[in-house]
Design a protein around this ligand. Structure first.
Ligand code: SIN
Length: 530
């Protein structure tokens, strides 16, 4: 087994991980361990933008109020205030690093999205995440102290003691095991501080706007290390993912509705007025549920986002990526409405952290979508996720540096052993279980839930998980197997969290308890011991 020693390990190369890595590089050697090329992340695909108060007609108190309202009573007001007031500083930093946001008459061209009371979404046309990633990656690549390990899949955290014997607070994170794709070998990455910036878990669901890498690896590793996962029932379904047989996960940004896009049913009639006075700009949970209800009511496969009343030149300039993608599939959005369906998009829950990304396990931090910081509550305000990624990437790095050069632990890391494992001869088991979990999560644990559906999903996931655990120990790990193990773990956690919340709030809607209840106005915490 190959062991690599660093001062800091960052797992993941999205906006949060790169922001942290760049700052940590000032204090020591950083390993960035990432599953594909460093460019491949969920941040890279973020279209709409990054929300921050920069306009003269805007105010921190308005952004805070919008975030809290959308969070449906579960956001932590202290964290919300902190993130929003630090937002403009992080935006300035991105600009200083060379991120080019779209400008208009010398100021940022600000977009509007659901739940925002002001135009405050900075964007780089409709490929904002890509521009932020480009700037951060260039800055990280210029740092001699940062080494990238692409095509390494994190397997598990390396702990000083066995997690079954001791609670995380009394344990210690020594680093991470990671599988090298090219050789199939597991390496040990050792450091006094590990930062999980491994993103969300959209692939738990059959339909998602997320890239293939989003299998919640960090969340699942933290769970296995004994850490609680918080608010995992709050999975955000983006209302508008392109519906096309050749494109399974292309996002149609909410910014289109911000510019006046109208949602129409198969009969051509606008329907959002029947669901919310904010119509197309209602928070995402409401729009996604409205579409779900229209699809069920009419039996149609998709609804349509109509932009044809807007000027063609404006659409081409403002949404060049979306326009080109649709055109490549024979859909000219300047002339015909875009077929859309909701799809899993963002996890508001994750690994519980404090205001600096610190977890309950000494030596471990979590940031970005992998973390639950208290910002999003029961529903995330559009374009607050890149903001959270940048603020917490910065805060975690600063807190780690302020704590001083961490001493290397005297604890001896356990070597990775393969035991009697052999190469898999039944890859079909992985494929079959992968499809089954994602389909049942979509059907039973999706936008609208019920006790009966959750119970069914729970029973099925338990059986599949037992099969996967057995398979995992019998065969040598592959990336597919690791990802399957992680989505199965998280499917179980999401179901447990959803079953424990006997109310409807934000993104968690169940027909059995259709109203919010004050007795559930608190975060859900689930760990492997409960
Ligand atoms: C979008 O452009 O609609 C996605 C932005 C976000 O998820 O906040």
């Amino acid at each position: 087994m190959t062991a690599h020693e660093f001062d800091f390990i960052v797992v993941g190369s999205g906006a949060a991980g790169l922001m942290a890595a760049r700052k940590l590089a000032a204090a020591g050697r950083v390993a960035v361990v990432t599953k594909r090329d460093p460019e491949t992340s969920n941040s890279d695909l973020a279209q709409g933008g990054i929300a921050a108060v920069t306009a003269l007609n805007d105010d921190f108190s308005l952004h805070i109020a919008d975030t809290l309202r959308t969070g449906a009573g579960l956001s932590d007001p202290r964290i919300v205030r902190m993130v929003i007031t630090e937002g403009p500083e992080r935006v300035r930093e991105l600009v200083d690093l060379g991120a080019e946001f779209t400008m208009r008459k010398g100021s940022f061209d600000l977009g509007l999205e659901g739940g925002h009371s002001r135009r405050r979404v900075l964007h780089a046309a409709d490929a904002t995440g890509r521009e932020i990633e480009r700037a951060l990656l260039a800055a990280c690549r210029a740092e001699r102290n940062i080494s990238f390990f692409p095509h390494f899949s994190a397997v598990d955290l390396i702990l000083a003691r066995r997690p079954k014997r001791v609670r995380p607070q009394r344990n210690l994170c020594l680093g991470v095991y990671a599988l090298e794709e090219a050789t199939g070998r597991v390496h040990s990455f050792l450091a006094p501080v590990t930062v999980l910036a491994s993103g969300g878990a959209g692939k738990v669901y059959r339909y998602t706007t997320n890239p293939d890498v989003t299998t919640g690896d960090g969340m699942a590793m933290a769970w296995r290390a004994g850490l609680p996962l918080v608010n995992m029932e709050f999975v955000q379904f983006h209302p508008t993912c392109l519906y096309h047989p050749q494109e399974k996960s292309f996002l149609i940004s909410e910014a289109l509705r911000g510019e006046g896009g109208i949602l129409r049913g198969p009969d051509g009639k606008a329907f959002m007025k029947n669901y919310s006075r904010y119509r197309e700009l209602a928070p995402r949970d409401i729009v996604a549920r409205a579409i779900d209800s229209e699809l069920k009511r009419t039996g149609a496969d998709c609804v349509f986002l109509d932009m044809t009343h807007l000027k063609a030149a404006f659409l081409r300039r403002r949404f060049p990526t979306i326009h080109a993608k649709c055109l490549s599939l024979g859909i000219d959005m300047t002339k015909v409405p875009i077929p859309v369906v909701p799809a899993a998009h963002f996890f508001c829950g994750g690994i519980g952290t404090d205001e600096n990304g610190r977890t309950d396990l000494p030596g471990l931090y979590a940031i970005g979508e992998a973390a639950h910081t208290g910002l999003h509550g029961a529903n995330r305000l559009a374009s607050n996720s890149l903001l959270e990624a940048c603020v917490f990437g910065h805060r975690a790095a600063e807190a780690i540096k302020a704590a001083g050069k961490p001493a290397r632990s005297a604890a001896k890391p356990a070597h990775w052993t393969t035991g009697n494992a052999r190469p898999s001869d039944e890859a079909v088991v992985i494929k079959h279980n992968w499809d089954e979990i994602r389909t049942l999560m979509w059907n039973y644990v999706g936008i609208v839930r019920s006790d009966k559906r959750l119970e069914r999903a729970s029973a099925r996931v338990r059986i599949i998980s037992e099969e996967i655990v057995k398979y995992y120990w019998d065969f040598l790990p592959t990336r597919d197997l690791l990802e399957l193990r992680n989505i199965a773990c998280l499917a179980g956690v999401i179901i447990r969290s959803a079953r424990s919340r006997k109310e409807s709030r934000g993104l968690h809607y169940t027909v059995d308890y259709p109203a919010a209840s004050d007795s559930f106005k608190k975060p859900t915490k689930v760990d492997r011991y409960g």
